[in-house]
Write a protein that binds this ligand. Structure first.
Ligand code: GUN
Length: 292
């Protein structure tokens, strides 16, 4: 069994990005600049945005964090997005989700200039990715394709079962895996909460991508011998033995599934770190004007 070490791979990719930043700035170009808008104090969001800012520093990017109280109005937020759209020093930016209930996330995402939408959430980017055109692929799906690519996992002709149909992971992942790219050309089945006989389907999978957000949902008896398993779950569960009082749990019952799989991502240290580095890759693309 190969442990797909996203932590190690993300460190390698960060070194490669840092090298490219050095080369860019040596030719007189400005540092790539990523901005993030965070509204409120959701624990998970604070942690994720913190990782994003720290990673920017590690690779030599400039970063700006705009942190607002959760009492701000939608109109205020839309105005902040407009300012970032118009700020020529900012190459790309993200609005961390979830947003407070009184703010419509779709409206906010649609107000982002697609050229600066390094999260790849804007319908223009989603549409372009669907058509196989150059665009920003959203960070988690991009990170997963990088893991498969760097570990030389063949995807062509394989049966890939994606569990979960979220706009951020499941749906774009199903599109990438079925697309005509190096990491693609798979036969894809997308499963969700209304799927019948899920176990029958997962047992046929050569590659399983679990992205439904239910801790330890995928058990050993649902997995074929030799399958490749990607665990996207990051649920915080109470753990009184840790300093924080919680720990991350994936969607895969690791002990049972790892003994059957040929390769598997751990949680933590699998997909999570690759998501952050993928955002950096998209920001580098933005700084180089590679997506228009
Ligand atoms: N919330 C959970 N994942 C993400 C992400 O990749 N980007 C943003 N902006 N918000 C998130």
């Amino acid at each position: 069994m190969t442990l797909l070490d996203g932590k190690k791979l993300s460190e390698e990719l960060k070194l490669e990005i840092a090298e490219e930043v050095k080369q860019l700035t040596a030719t007189g170009r400005k540092q790539p600049h990523l901005a993030a808008i965070l509204v409120g104090n959701d624990g998970g969001s604070l942690t994720y945005v913190g990782h994003k800012v720290k990673s920017c520093e590690q690779v030599g990017f400039k970063s700006t964090l705009l942190h607002f109280d959760d009492s701000i109005t939608e109109e205020f937020l839309l105005d902040e997005v407009k300012k970032l759209n118009e700020n020529s020093d900012v190459d790309g930016f993200i609005v961390q989700l979830p947003l407070p209930k009184h703010i419509n996330p779709d409206k906010v995402i649609m107000s982002i200039d697609p050229k600066k939408d390094v999260d790849g959430f804007h319908p223009v980017n989603v549409g372009k990715v669907t058509l196989g055109l150059p665009a920003y692929v959203s960070a988690t799906p991009l990170g997963i394709t990088k893991i498969l690519e760097r570990y030389n996992i063949e995807t062509a002709g394989k049966h890939c079962v994606v569990i979960g149909r979220s706009n951020i992971v499941g749906r774009p992942m199903s599109i990438l895996m079925s697309g005509q790219a190096k990491t693609g050309n798979a036969t894809v089945t997308i499963c969700h909460s209304k799927t019948k006989n899920l176990k029958e389907i997962t047992l046929q999978a050569d590659i399983i991508i679990a992205a439904l957000g239910k801790p330890e949902f995928l058990t050993g008896e649902m997995v074929k011998e030799g399958a490749v398993v990607i665990d996207v779950g990051t649920t915080r569960v109470v753990d009184t033995t840790t300093k924080s009082g919680w720990r991350l749990k994936g969607d895969v019952k690791f002990d049972e599934v790892s003994v059957k799989s040929s390769a598997i991502t751990p949680v933590p240290g699998g997909v999570g770190p690759m998501t952050v580095v993928s955002l950096l890759l998209n920001t580098l693309k933005a700084a180089k004007n590679e997506v228009n």
